[in-house]
Design a protein around this ligand. Sequence first.
Ligand SMILES: [Zn+2]
Length: 317
Amino acid sequence: MLNNNICDICNSENIDTIFRYNNTLYYTKCLCCGFIKKNPNIVTIDYSIEYHTKEKLYYSKSLANNYFKRLAKKINPNQYCLEIGGSFGFFSKYLQEYKQCIVRNIEPSIFAASYANSQNIRTFNNIYDLDIKLFDYIFLFHVVEHIKAADIKNFINNAMALLKQGGVCYIFTPNANSFSLKLLGKYYTWLAPDEHTNFLSSNSLNYLVDNNEITLSILEEIPAFIHYPMPSFLSFIRKKLFKHKVNDFIELSENTNVKPKLKKIKLILVLKNIFSIFVKLERLLFYPIYRFYNMFSSHKDELVIELKNVKNNLKIK
Ligand SMILES: [Zn+2]
């Protein structure tokens, strides 16, 4: 099925629908550059208030730790660093503590930004508020896939304009060519249609930075489960059988006129804990299988991209 769309990245008209998610959402792929996008390409989350919560603190720290371990050797000490979408500022904190870098963080979430500022990580809500104009390093960890497809080109090029000559931008983002995405289609864990609007391929990046002032290298492809939880079949079945989350149930009981049945709530919480033990066991059991599968899958889930600013005459649009 062909659409009359034009690819936001390479301007090709050769766009194909690859699968339908539900009655209103479908996904298309550009047959020229491999860019995949959600249609309609709308952002449904208000990132200033909805995305980051207290519950995400621990998880966010462990992700930052993973990213830092992966990049630490590439980062020189005492440099100016900017993280865009750096949430609570944990990665910036590592740069500050272990590399003695001067760090800035851009984070639209009011909650996450105020947490980062309280931890002595200078955080701004948008790029135009920055008090430093040029950086040696810029980091974009899983940010690009949250941007509207039509805005990606400007977004990346505006970020690149903040790099000094010889400065480097690191981007981590899901891979449009991922074998798992091809295999699982609408059931792919990283599809996350509420959050992710697009998936870049290594080829589409060539069009994004079609500019001889920037050099592009794909450093590696990483399986998703290295950084993010592996898919759980038990959780999938649970969601199919019981649509409500445990917290929703407790809220429901508290909001009705009937007195909350404490015994029943306690029982449900015990069952929830037992279930989460089973999910952990399931992940342990499947871990070697995922390892094995990823040894042979042609393209992995996550792209690690390095963009270098060769000359410094890039301009913010
Ligand atoms: Zn394209």
